[in-house]
Design a protein around this ligand. Sequence first.
Ligand code: SF4
Length: 703
Amino acid sequence: MNNQHPESVTTTCSYCGVGCGIVVNKDKKGNITVEGDRNHPVNKGMLCSKGMNLHYTVNDKSDRLFYPQMRYNRNMPLQRVSWDEALDRTAAVFKTFIDKYGPDSVAFYVSGQCLTEEYYVINKLIKGFIGSNNIDTNSRLCMSSAVVGYKMSLGEDSVPGCYDDIELADCLFFTGANPAWCHPVLWRRVEAHKAANPNVKIIVADPRRTDTCSIADVHLQLNPGTDITLNHAIGRLLIENGDVDLDFVKNHAEGFEQYKKIVFQRTLAEAAEICGVDEITIKLAAQHIGNAKGFMSFWTMGLNQSAVGVNKNLSLINLNLITGHIGKPGSGPFSLTGQPNAMGGREVGGLANMLPAHRNLANAAHRAEVAQFWGGTTINPKPGLTATEMFDALNDGRLKAIWIICTNPLVSLPNVRVAEEGLKKAKFVVVQEMSNRPETLKYADVILPAATWTEKEGTMTNSERRISYLNKIVDAPGEALPDAEIICRFAEKMGYHGFDYKDASAIYDEHAKLTEGTNIDISGLNYSTIKNRRTVQWPFPKGETGQGTARLFTDKKFYTPSAKAIIHPVPDDLTSEKPDGDFPFILTTGRIRDQWHTMSKTGKVNKLKQHISQAFLEIHPEDARRLHIKDGDITIVNSRRGEVQVKASVSNTIKKGVVFLPMHWGKILNNDLNRANNVTSPMLDPLSKEPDFKYCAVQVAAY
Ligand code: SF4
């Protein structure tokens, strides 16, 4: 407690994967304000615009859901019911579908904003008791290509380094990422490092000249989708320049000879032509990487959200592997997670093809081990439906019921009209939400009001494997309950045992026990150890002291069968929908600085609208002139799937032939023509099942 505020409690920001520490000050009326936690190792007191305004989303109850609601058919209005009525009916409907059509007729679609404990109980419920693997998360839309990339190259879904490596690196490569807007506090650390050490080199690869380019020594303004060709060209130059760590590739990696063959298939001139970047700029980037004593590569959706997202990941990780820049201070490949707990969800196995503690669903021994631990039913070996597959299955009738928790798929899914049709056809839709803003509520048969940030306790893991505890600071309004409690109450209505936890810490203890002996062992952690240390980086096995494990692979032993990292010689083919005469532009989508996801929270904070208040189409001046479009004019963007109408933002920050739409908007009045996903492509990466949000063919016209 301090003198200024009746109560001050530490917690963690609930937006991006940077995971900034926050001090919440609560007044006597229960209203809160926030400030950056100066003692937190990640942000050292800093917060970005979104974090600084988080308290408004809690204090403002105008959009909150206060009590359960239900209806017996879609023509009836939703009516207030008790928790028992809502959960009894939901359990009865689920039981009927499971008995009649089998366990795969129901599904849970959850969120990278769920706390680890929430993810854990939902995953346990569906995989261990219902007997289906139909749980997936909106993290599928942002991180699954990185997960597969890490597993294929390092043998485990694990970020090797930590944020403190930023200040130890002398070359930082940001590709397919705009951290200046999307991971702002992390970016401030990069800016400060560069300001203090002007010789530190910053390389950015992006088809748009974003704010991240403001301190870049090299901007590789590549054509969309050509990342693999670019990374291979850099790899070739590193080999030619003698900048390969021969000891590392010989003794600690596999696949270098095959890699050499593939990167030498294209000349630098060919690669430069394909990428739309001149040879000198690519050479300069390779030179900076080659000269570095500490080299870090950072990426996010620009690589992941692609029909070849896994190959893009592998081509980048290869640059760290061939130069031996991994497992040592100031080095490593580093995927930046967009969501606060995308990592925690993976740790408990909350995806359609995973089991807890990164165990594999395909591994019979892993299935038996988890089934025995949970004491429910046998775990089904068949992978569940992934995010977009769930909505396809609602459309064709394979899936009867879907339970959507803390996510807004009618704005965030690609080719979103398919998802909308799926919800129309669904026999039963449960929406578990804090806010009345998500579009999904229109299709809900049951609405369950959920507690939000500061109204419940639990843990999250940020991008650098750092686990932090989030305090319950205020009471949830009305009858809203923590998500984990809702799921446990439902499990008991279904007649399942093993969900009568005394509190969230008991769920955490069970999760931690299940990690024992795995690569992500946190069996030495419980709420008291985390609270005492404020944050801890996994692994943290029994007997561990200190703050956990800052860096993995310091012994150069990887989690692959040979203990060597694998350099994958991936092809540079792009399978995305190509532009043609009818749809001549390439559309890419992304985020803006002050909004978060589908704006359920940030959209109600007036201060956050001051930066950019409405959706827009970024287009190059020459393209705009040719189409008789002036800045601010309404444009019509069409693809083979649908239409968007938004104002033009004419700017030479984007390449000719490429246009950009922000992904946040979904509805203005009763019109959803500002929704980018009306037009995006349904294509997925075949391995990660991550959608191709960053590349599809569109036509653009003046309204
Ligand atoms: Fe929150 Fe991310 Fe901003 Fe930090 S950088 S305050 S975690 S949104």
